[in-house]
Every structure is written in structure tokens, then in C-alpha cells.
Write a protein that binds this ligand. Structure first.
Ligand SMILES: [Zn+2]
Length: 443
């Protein structure tokens, strides 16, 4: 009995194929999963823990489909040279930063955004990690931080040839070891993908080795794809083909693969993404920040490509990213009505579909047998609130509300805005501050 958790009296948003808004219903959680959803009057037993969701909206935890935890340590750093384009940004900032990371840095730069994710109701994160001079063991370090906070994460190491053959080898080995770990442990908090930086930093030889190693382990890939125009120019000049064509040639594409960005893909490349059922992850804030353009997610969605939403380390607040995704399509298409459904569906529906290609436990829907990854948000709807109006409320009202309670795998990680995780946030921040200051010295 003490293992059970009952959430009662809220507006329950189920999401999923048949999204419903349920009133006067309760959710019973047992063994990390949703045991039963029904009329509140049917729950008359004794429960280990009861959460009163009156004045709250109860919905599945958010999923972030593209993130870089390590970027945390760049916050406030003013030492990078000014950059005129995306390539220079990588060289002057990101590739200088990631070279300075130690294994301890990997742990703490992940721990802080993970704590923040609990506060923002993001319960699953698909991360893409780089630390070329501390590659080996880095994913286990990040996994430790994930385990500590109780969230779920898919991790991968960003393989590239930019630091020479030996570090590229480390990148392959790090991916392989972590995929093997996840395959054998079957821990539902941790999943693995094979990480690749991007087409323009990976030679044919390394791409071939990665493709072979990843496919032998049954893993999907996670790669930045045609993020900037320069990725396409590099591919056409050096390989005589477009970026997505090159990834297809090496069998990198597929249902388990995440192609992040796809800002500069043509119709033929979209067809390849569709044919291979590859998931595209849109990161509008990052694309604007890097001045690389805006992906045409309307066109991709119309072709039937599964388009999810990531934050690319700009934030862990998925609702902030979602709103930007909406406005970005308006600007992209010079039309104030363009792409409402295509953009707003990315977070609540498409990210769940992407995650469910990786997790055995079903995520992203409040349904019996599904993961008890549940959040409560403060919300008193000022206008009629039901299945037909929910997406409008999500974009324009709920997105401005506070997360009150976060539950992942049936564990209450935050309740009434108080963290209940096994980490002292203040101590973690203190350690992070010390480590980042030292890293800035090395930068
Ligand atoms: Zn990224």
C-alpha cells in the first residue's frame, strides 16, 4: 500500500493519439507506472501518498529531444573571439570549451540543468555530449548525474575527426561502451544512441566505422544535420552529394536515428528522411541564436516526417522553446497563421513518438501501463478548456504557468515546488561554480 501514489482532483490531459481532458478523475501510480485512471469516486482505498491536484493541470512530463548538458559551463563566459558565421562560432567557442572539459566538469555541467529540468517539468532528455580530452568515461559520469536526479536520458558521445584519429577512436569506443552498458542493464532511466557530430567533421573512413559499430549494436544515431548552409557546401564539395544523401549512403538514417536541425535540406533529402522514417528534431531558438535559418517544419510534416522539438542547450524549458517554434514558422513563411498544428504538435505528441522508439516503457501519455512521468502545473483556465481548445491553452496559457510537481518513474522529484531529489542544489551549484571558474582559466 505504501508504494502507491494517488493524484486526484486535477484536470488530467492524457495526450497521445486520442488526447482527452478529464475532469473529476484520478490517477493511481504503482511500481513506477500508471496503474489506473478513473473517476475520483472509484478511488476509495488507502494510498501511500496522495497529491491533491486541485487548481492544477496534470499531464505527462515534457521530453527534450536534443540537448547538450556540457554547454552549461559557457554561461557568462566572455572570452571567446567574435564570430562571423556558424563555423567560426564552433571554432571560437564550442570547440574551445569542450576541449577544456574534465570528467568532473561533465558530471556537474549535467547535474545543474538536470535539476532545472525537474523544476521545469522536463522528465526525459536526449543529450549529445562532447569532451574530446575526457571522452572515455564521460557518458558514465553524465549517467551518474541522471540517476541522481531520477530523470530519464538518452546519452551519446559526439564523434568527430576534428581532433585527430586517436580522439576519434575514443569517440567510437565511448559510444560503443555506453550502448553496450545500456543494452545489458536495461535501466529504463538510461538509453543510448551513437553520437556523431556532423557530416562536415567526419571523414568517410570514420563514418564507415561508426555506422558499422552502431548497427552491430542495433543503435540509432544522433547527428547534427544540415544545421548551417556550410554543412551542405562542405558535403557537395568534398563528397559530391548532399548531407542527407551522404548519411543515407552510410546507413545512418532510420527510425531510431535523430537528425537534429535539418535547416538546409532540399525536397530530395526530405524524401530520404521520410523513406527511412528518420526523426527530425527542430531547435528554433538555437537556429536563431546561431543565425543559421529556420527549418521548414511545415513542409517536412506535410511529407509525413516525424518532427520533434529540442532545445540544443538554449534552455531546459520546453514550453519556451515551443512558443518560439510557433513564431519562427510565421516568420519563415511570412504568414501569421502558418504551421500552428505542425509546430505545436512537436512537443506534446511528436517527442513522445520519438522517445517511444527508444524506451521500452511507454512515455508521453497518461494511460494505464504507461510510465508515471507526470507533472502538475498551476492553471485555472480562463476560457473553456477541453480537447478542442487544449493546444491553444498550451501555447498561450499553460506555457506561462509554473510547474508545481514533477514525478518520474513514479518517484516524486518535486512537490509543491520543493525539490525532493537526492541532490543538494546549493552544494551542486557551489561545486559547479568552482569547476567552471577553473575551466574558464584554461579556456
Ligand atoms: Zn546540438
Amino acid at each position: 500500500m505504501n508504494e502507491t501514489l494517488l493524484i486526484k482532483n486535477g484536470y488530467i490531459i492524457t495526450l497521445g493519439e486520442n488526447n482527452r481532458v478529464l475532469k473529476n478523475h484520478s490517477i493511481l501510480v504503482e511500481d513506477g507506472k500508471i496503474k489506473k485512471i478513473g473517476h475520483s469516486k472509484d478511488f476509495t482505498g488507502q494510498y501511500g501518498h496522495v497529491i491533491n491536484a486541485s487548481g492544477k493541470v496534470v499531464m505527462p512530463g515534457f521530453i527534450n529531444a536534443h540537448m547538450h548538458f556540457y554547454s552549461t559551463f559557457v554561461r557568462g563566459l566572455c572570452k571567446a573571439k567574435p564570430s562571423a558565421n556558424f563555423r567560426e562560432l564552433l571554432e571560437n567557442l564550442w570547440w574551445k570549451l569542450d576541449k577544456c572539459l574534465t570528467l568532473d566538469d561533465c558530471y556537474y555541467s549535467a547535474l545543474l540543468p538536470l535539476i532545472d529540468a525537474v523544476k521545469r517539468g522536463t522528465t526525459t532528455i536526449m543529450d549529445h555530449h562532447a569532451s574530446p580530452f575526457a571522452a572515455r568515461g564521460s557518458l558514465n559520469k553524465i549517467a551518474e548525474a541522471v540517476k541522481k536526479t531520477g530523470l530519464r536520458a538518452s546519452l551519446c558521445y559526439e564523434l568527430s575527426d576534428r581532433d585527430g584519429q586517436s580522439i576519434a577512436r575514443d569517440g567510437i569506443d565511448e559510444n560503443v561502451d555506453f550502448i553496450k552498458r545500456c543494452n545489458s542493464e536495461k535501466d529504463e532511466q538510461l538509453k543510448a544512441l551513437f553520437g556523431l557530430h556532423a557530416s562536415f567533421t567526419i571523414t568517410d573512413r570514420t563514418m564507415e566505422q561508426a555506422a558499422k559499430a552502431g548497427s552491430e549494436l542495433g543503435a540509432g544515431f544522433h547527428i547534427h544535420t544540415a544545421e548551417a548552409k556550410s554543412d551542405q557546401e562542405h558535403s557537395e564539395k568534398n563528397f559530391g552529394m548532399r548531407v542527407v544523401e551522404r548519411l543515407h549512403k552510410f546507413s545512418i538514417l532510420g527510425p531510431k536515428t535523430i537528425a537534429a536541425h535539418c535547416v538546409h535540406v532540399n525536397a530530395r533529402e526530405m524524401d530520404l528522411l521520410k523513406e527511412t522514417d528518420t526523426a527530425v528534431v527542430h531547435n528554433p531558438q538555437s537556429n536563431m541564436n546561431n543565425a543559421v535559418g529556420t527549418a521548414d517544419i511545415i513542409k517536412m510534416s506535410n511529407k509525413g516526417i516525424l518532427v520533434g522539438l529540442g532545445t540544443d542547450a538554449m534552455t531546459v524549458n520546453m514550453l519556451e522553446e515551443l512558443r518560439v517554434a510557433m513564431w519562427a514558422q510565421h516568420l519563415r513563411h511570412d504568414d501569421p497563421c502558418a504551421g500552428f498544428m505542425e509546430s505545436i504538435s512537436t512537443l506534446p505528441f511528436n517527442n513522445a513518438k520519438i522517445a517511444n522508439r527508444h524506451w521500452e516503457t511507454k512515455l508521453g501519455e497518461l494511460k494505464e501501463g504507461y510510465a508515471a512521468d507526470i507533472i502538475l502545473m498551476d492553471y485555472y483556465p480562463p476560457t473553456p478548456f477541453d480537447e478542442n481548445t487544449f493546444l491553444g491553452h498550451l501555447g498561450f496559457g499553460l506555457s506561462q504557468s509554473f510547474v508545481d510537481t514533477t514525478i518520474a518513474g513514479g518517484k516524486v522529484l518535486m512537490e509543491k515546488k520543493k525539490l525532493k531529489i537526492d541532490v543538494d542544489e546549493r552544494e551542486a551549484a557551489k561545486e559547479s561554480l568552482k569547476l567552471s571558474a577553473a575551466l574558464w582559466e584554461r579556456f
